[in-house]
Design a protein around this ligand. Structure first.
Ligand SMILES: [Zn+2]
Ligand SMILES: [Zn+2]
Length: 84
């Protein structure tokens, strides 16, 4: 049994760890909140034709889901789970 547990402030998922020093990074930032597909790293080239349409700044976009039209841009960064 894991001794320590913490909840992701972003998605509410509970993570477990055996060691107190472990830093737990939730993987929810990798997945599209709309369809659940694994997103790809955003590069300006990839979506150059749609860049700027939704008003988001280029540098704020971390991941992109290409399942949508226009693609879904995620600005969520890896979330460090906060231990309780
Ligand atoms: Zn999460
Ligand atoms: Zn998606």
């Amino acid at each position: 049994m894991a001794k320590y547990e913490g909840k992701c402030p972003q998605c509410g998922k509970t993570h477990y760890s055996d060691r107190k020093e472990d830093t737990i990074i939730c993987d929810c930032w990798l997945y599209c909140p709309l369809c659940g597909a694994e997103m790809v790293s955003y590069t300006p080239d990839l979506a150059a034709d749609t860049y700027g349409k939704d008003g988001k700044r280029d540098f704020a976009i971390v991941m992109v889901c290409l399942q949508h039209s226009p693609p879904f841009y995620s600005v969520q960064k890896p979330v460090e789970v906060v231990r309780e």
